[in-house]
Design a protein around this ligand. Structure first.
Ligand SMILES: O=C(O)c1ccccc1N[C@@H]1O[C@H](COP(=O)(O)O)[C@@H](O)[C@H]1O
Length: 212
């Protein structure tokens, strides 16, 4: 499984950044969403972004943000990508891209075949897609450790690069990649010892499973 690019999301300490970089991840995710156990203040986000070595892409995760919220995040720290993880429309994705000049990755929740229709349209607007499990009512929009039926993605193609997410961990990532053909994967809770607490041994174990 070489050439699989990994995003590890929800980092909260400089030690997490170092662990993710040393393990060979391509992206690190910083969560700015108050309801998440991985939520960061702007000051915390800036500290982590500045700790990232060259080559580790810094992704800010936000959920239905307004412009002032995004302005404050983008002004506070160096970023390589914005991840929109709410109910943002293709029009809103286009606005965010134009306003900040940063690539935008749009998360799309999948639970059944019906959810696939919007992915092609969104792939026209976004720079990347993040295909995640669709949260049930009352759950956070992501980071729930939930998988979905990966068979729904077999043989599908989109216009832009995409990442597979949702309940991935060292024990299932090989099957997920084999079945879906994903070349990029994203995870959060699968490398934690408790919500919001990254486990560096699990990060290394996950990367070893990806490297096959
Ligand atoms: O991680 C969070 O707390 C979070 C909150 C709100 C929206 C998205 C969030 N995380 C994203 O969801 C994927 C999948 O998470 P998991 O591996 O199933 O725990 C994660 O990688 C983030 O991109």
């Amino acid at each position: 499984m070489d050439l699989i690019r990994v995003k590890i999301c929800g980092l909260r300490t400089v030690g997490d950044v170092q662990a993710v970089a040393e393990a060979g991840a391509a992206y690190m995710g910083l969560v700015f969403f108050a309801k998440s156990p991985r939520n960061l203040t702007l000051e915390q986000g800036r500290e982590l972004a500045l700790a990232a070595p060259v080559g580790l892409a810094k992704v800010a995760l936000v959920v239905n943000p307004d412009d002032p919220t995004l302005d404050s995040i983008v002004e506070a720290m160096p970023l390589d990508m914005i991840q929109l993880h709410g109910a943002e429309t293709p029009e809103r994705v286009a606005q965010v891209r134009a306003r900040y000049g940063l690539p935008v990755m749009k998360a799309m929740g999948v639970a059944s075949e019906d959810d696939l229709a919007g992915l092609m349209e969104m792939s026209l607007a976004a720079d990347q897609l993040l295909i995640d499990a669709k949260p049930a009512k009352g759950e956070l929009p992501g980071g729930n450790g939930l998988t979905f039926d990966w068979r729904l993605l077999v043989g599908r193609k989109w216009l832009k690069p995409w990442m597979l997410a949702g309940g991935l961990h060292a024990g299932n990532v090989a099957d997920a990649v084999r079945l879906t053909g994903a070349r990029q994967v994203d995870l959060s809770s699968g490398v934690e010892s408790a919500p919001g607490v990254k486990d560096h041994a699990k990060i290394r174990e996950f990367m070893a499973a990806v490297r096959g």
